[in-house]
Design a protein. Sequence first.
Lengths: 274, 288
Amino acid sequence: MLDDFFMRALVAGIGLAVVAGPLGCFIVWRRMAYFGDTMAHSALLGVALSLLFEINLTLGVFMVAALVSVALLLLQRRGGLSTDALLGILSHSTLAIGLVMVAFMSWVRIDLMGFLFGDILAVSKLDIAFIYGGGALVLGLLALIWRPLLASTVSTELAEAEGLNPERALFAFKLLMALVIAIAMKLVGILLITSLLIIPAATARRFATTPERMAVIASVAGALAVCSGLFGSLEYDTPSGPTIVVAALILFAASLIPRSFFGLRPQPTGDKTP
Amino acid sequence: MLKSRTADNERLIEMHDVGVRRSGRWLVRNIDLTVRRGEIVTLIGPNGSGKSTTARSAIGLLKPDEGSVTRVPDLKVGYLPQKLSIDWTLPLSVDRLMTLTDRHSPEEIGVALEEVGIPHLRQAEVQTLSGGEFQRALLARAMLRKPDLLVLDEPVQGVDFSGQVSLYALIKQIRDRTGCGILLISHDLHVVMADTDTVICLNGHICCRGTPESVASSAEYLRLFGTRAAETLALYSHHHDHTHLPDGRVRHADGTITDSCSPGDGHHHHPHEHSQQEQAREGWTGHA
């Protein structure tokens, strides 16, 4: 089954979407979209450094993304500039440094477009093993930090006062994000990773009544986007990564259509009457 | 009456001469504070006076730079945060809010919501609740933990007057029923819960402390609220013998200006007369 490149792409994409769903929910709840973008952009610097020092690409990208989150933490503690401005600086300077470094390394030929927009059709069996192994690790660790992370999403002070450790949970979450970005880069590319985290989560909001359900629905919505995007790119001969994002966007747009449009009664959630 | 009931009770928290310093500035200093089981202690003071800093160091979230804090071992804290900005995208029902930091059975949750008077809101999303309903939900959540100490950071903020009265009544009821200690923070300087055992007025240091009952009867403000309200509300007004200047220095009653208002500088007398006129003239906002 995995001998066909299209099947490999499907299996890899669905695996990634399942992991991205719950993570994306926290990114949306905690308003960390720009932070995710910054981490993703820094991946190109990770690529350049991995090529320079001849280390594993996924490892290099993970380490640089993790370092960026530490750098942000230190810059925030120092005070002065707003987080927004710091993210803007880190995001684009890491991307630019990566591009400059790659240009200097004349001895390596790299497919820059492949890194920026991904090449899901070139996924190997080893990549799939990476996605499912790494993905299981990410989901397992996320389950472990779920309670403190969710509690601190509601109120950091409350979580702290009641004996949880929100700072540690948040740091662990950032490492998980770095790991997912490192895994996802090859599939959808540096510029589109965040969309795969955020759009399915935003789509899920409408249908969810608890945080946990929203995480599951986000995974399903992401998998649906990957499937329809891949089939779409096959059908219309369009680049696969961007087509997946367009498919996710169409799903999101569909989730905005009011229920009355289909002749249904408005949803009871959010209403105070039992 | 309350005094005798709580006199022998266990000390949950004891702070001695606590000071917290951040970036070269003392946020609070010389804080002595005790909270016993069954006791309600209210911290009042203007914005930036160090109420939250004091409460945070009391429950161990901040390490004081001087002084000592003693807590009973395994002190279980229930916490009501000052303000919450829960993103609309987080689907959080009142029911799910109850198990945010601990597991509880559905029956326990039902009982807790019944006790705070919002059983009908169990499935409602928290973002749709009014200020008072939300505070009740948070109270139920904190109570489910069966805490030794309840820390309430401005619990009546954004709640209308009659809502404040009933919230205070509910807090008193919780104290009476569970016997937990309560540390209450308020920046509302005129209205303090009448059932408070000790009111501590903060402005970087403890300006004064006392029972609200002693001031409630003499306060002119009570005329505005009437005698019925007087049973639930207390006015706590007092006169300051020094003024905190914008640059952090202190002008004392005799006109001298010093760097701090700590007792060591020889200018600190604190007569603390309770005078409405003085307070109206001095104004709390100008004091910060």
